[in-house]
Design a protein around this ligand. Sequence first.
Ligand code: G16
Length: 541
Amino acid sequence: MQVTTIPTRPIPGQKPGTSGLRKKVRVFQEPHFLENFVQAIFDCAPELAGGTLVLGGDGRWFNERAIQTILKMAAGNGVGRVVVGRNGLLSTPAASNLIRELKAAGGIILSASHNPGGPEGDFGVKFNIANGGPAPEKVTEAIHARTQGITEYRRAEVPDLDLATLGETRLGELTVEVVDPVEAYARLMQRLFDFDAIRDLFRSGFRMRFDAMSAVTGPYAKRILEDMLGAPEGTVVNATPLPDFGGHHPDPNLVHCAALVALMNGPDAPDLGAASDGDGDRNLIHGPGLFVAPSDSLALLAANAHLAPGYAGGLKGVARSMPTSAAVDRVAAKLGIPCFETPTGWKFFGNLLDAGMATLCGEESAGTGSDHVREKDGLWAVLLWLNVLAKRRQSVPEIVRRHWAEFGRNYYSRHDYEALDAGIAQALVRDLRAKLPALPGRRLGEETVTLADDFAYRDPVDGSFSEHQGIRIGFRSGARVVFRLSGTGTEGATLRVYLERYEPVRIDEDTQAFLAPLVALAEEVAEIKKRTGRTGPDVIT
Ligand code: G16
């Protein structure tokens, strides 16, 4: 096998964001762009030489081409074994599971998550470490630094591999194994959940729709929900992964799941509506006439997880990202377990999960997961909901309302201003940061500011410190507004405004109306409309 060393030069803009490196497909297709970044991963992860690498992606445009390139580079960099999903497909949680089950040295996951695909869409590369989770900041920073000094990359001159056929192939010293992407993951789900109880639920006439959004979860949901759990054929819709997601935006929220949301609010709504995103780590849960906000879903799952065999022993702790609502904090307090508040990004949960300090984690951005893998997991969340529904035999709205009646309700919404001019967005955040010291004690509308800071986090396990993780303005009433720039977009900047207000008794208010005074405060303090020229947010969730 001939290995070629190809000279290259640093390419600017290879700094990983909240979750790996995300760029337009055409940027990844530019000469050396993908190769430089992948070589930087190999250079920063010497454990991959002679070790096992898990490789797969969500099937979006450029997925297979990138896999063929990475296989040649893995061979050129002395990787011992690559385990790749058939046709290059692996959902993000399934990849995390394989890394753990195979005791691999790491994994490369190709996805831009919920971002659109196709030739004009987005692509992404993420490196996961041996615990199955996204590389922590110190590793992503090292990879970025390496891309800035790179002079060459190595590639074996071997033909493309047949990714459609299961089995092993040798590429010189490297063994490549093409595996069924679903099998190991399905076995894991079987261990965690009461499949018999869920089967009985479906047998009793329970109806569900799962929208796989033409993305990677289709084959997983079909196999598990329809083949193993007996949900009627057709329960899973948009089940075939397409390179452009059928032209849709595979983001499981109220805007992009319009058809499912309309069904769930219509006269013939099934008992449960669910969806997941491009790479299968996010989820949407919708009952008849009631959307379950991700922060509420996290709290509800924490309160009910013991109904599933995998969590029957109770939870060691829970963790949520800072902008996620404090609904889960109330559950943790009742259970007498710790609740950790981390920066946005699943990578921040890894240490807590590894150290056995948290069992369940979640984020407002439609991600929930547990210590079964080191990624959030869309289908897992849906199965846990099904397990809870099978045991409680109450409807989704009933379970949610009983929860609010017991704990009170954290009214919550996120307003996104997308594709803003990056300079304007950065100036807005900079000026807001400058105002913070003067805010405590000040009255804004009906509220008095009690907290104004830029969230920083010291990891309780390894002591690493992360700053500038979002501006928090908290009020005496317990309400709060958080401002952050997204770290996953590929066009300009996206400003996220997170709004939260707790109400112990009145649990049936309209969320947007209830939060309207906070929206006005956010405008007053950050001047979003004035500075951006926008009349309102692009997406409200
Ligand atoms: C990623 C991260 C999540 C984060 C989300 C949104 O999810 O893994 O932890 O909450 O992005 O991040 P941001 O607000 O910076 O856009 P995914 O599903 O895109 O991989």
